[in-house]
Design a protein around this ligand. Sequence first.
Ligand code: FAD
Length: 512
Amino acid sequence: MRELKETDVKTAKKYTTSEHLDVLIVGAGISGICMAYYLQTRCPQKRFTLLEGRQASGGTWDLFQYPGVRSDSDMYTLAYSFRPWQDTKVIADGPSILQYIRETAAVFGIDQQIRFNHRVRRATWSSADARWTVETVRGPDQAIVHFTCNFLCMCTGYYDYEQGYTPVWPGIERFTGSLIHPQQWPLDLDYAGKQVVVIGSGATAVTLIPALAEQAAHVTMLQRSPTYIVARPSSVDGTHRVLPATLAHRLTRWQSILFGIYFYSLTRRRPLVAKQRLLALVRQQLGGEYDIDTHFTPAYNPWDQRLCLAPDGDFFAAIRAGTVSIVTDQIETFTEKGIMLGSGDELAADVVVTATGLTIKFMSGVKLVVDDVPVDLAKTLIYRGAMYRDIPNLASVFGYVNASWTLKCELIAQRTCRVLNYMDRHAYTQCTPRLWDHAIAEEPMLGLTSGYMQRARDTMPRQGPRNPWRMHQNYLRDVWSLRFSPVNDGTMEFTRRADHARREGATGKERK
Ligand SMILES: Cc1cc2nc3c(=O)[nH]c(=O)nc-3n(C[C@H](O)[C@H](O)[C@H](O)COP(=O)(O)OP(=O)(O)OC[C@H]3O[C@@H](n4cnc5c(N)ncnc54)[C@H](O)[C@@H]3O)c2cc1C
């Protein structure tokens, strides 16, 4: 372990002694609980704990409280395969998802392993000790608590919990109404009978708008440019009444996986066909008179950015009912009473909701140091969508952008267990993805062109052109890459502590 520095000594009274675990999981959302489940079932010999920065589990599903918050992928794939979703409602509301996550944690005793109010801010790897030292800030008194572990699993989600993204608009300080970001929704906000403007056209806007329209006088969606929005049933059909529950669940899950893969690959191979199909569906919902070209026809191809879902066509129904309208225009300036648009029109608003997105924060900004060298994640390469070039004994979860997050999360958790068991069998203490071929062509980890992805591009790891450096957005490819491909694949370097000592000795001798 590193030597104590002068600054450490000065603040030493704030430190507590460190506790050692085999595996530390950071985050108690869907991913952290998934990782814990697989660890305790497939690596029962491992001692682990979950460090959660907040005082509650559930992550995203606890944080987001805006009206109508719900999943936008089906629960047959968003729920865990090891605890099937029982409800026929497959596009579920936020509170039901939160309850499901917490019940799962309780059913498998994982809730007992969570240390709340422990925010990880730094993790330092030492090859000499073959362990991570993890620095956390605990509770309101901000005490610094250290843990050590052999393997670190970062299940921290993908965005900044502190605040969402709000652009700087001219005149915003003049606006006298309520200005709200969905990430910090005030539960006592009274919008009944009010004029509401929602800025944005992404998943949050499409979710929020029909829910707000139930009470508001009128809701206007103000978008700079349109998004693909597709209506889909929120419940499953009669299969579930006829077939045994487990079989019905499996069938629906696979149906959803395969349809998702088929449609995504159609959008890649024949984008115009996919585009026409999606626009025809919108026309079915709104009729030929509606200006679909202006308000529903994006300039990009389907899946260059995320597709938005309208369960049972709720968004379109609200437009048909006249409680929601869409304005496609630029914001010139905020005024006292609303928003002045590029076209010269003014939109009156009592409440403005800035559904302008999240701020991506990869691994929640935790500072990583490997053998005294700070890691720049933007310079590293993702290995099998789960680990990183030259970063030993660390896995992280980043789900699919075109399918349910949990599908990938489970594969990563299963792979992590395989790696850990392989290391135990061979008495290895360190596993490090190594790029032996330095001529590899690199590209951004995610291909989406959405604003929030573009803004984060320079902070995120990169990917290579092929396995194992490719970040697949395809479950079947990942089943091969993560579940079946050999753990010792020639890219992962496995070492023992003694190897490190020998190497250090050799370099020391050479220097002499
Ligand atoms: C409104 C909304 C709807 C979504 N709907 C879907 C959907 O329908 N389908 C889908 O697949 N995906 C959806 N997503 C993406 C969604 O975030 C994932 O599906 C999933 O919830 C991510 O789970 P997670 O556990 O990886 O991350 P999170 O849910 O973000 O949980 C991360 C946890 O880690 C904790 N944490 C973070 N950093 C630290 C730290 N440094 N120290 C300690 N603890 C830390 C956080 O407090 C949090 O509890 C949605 C996202 C949003 C915002």
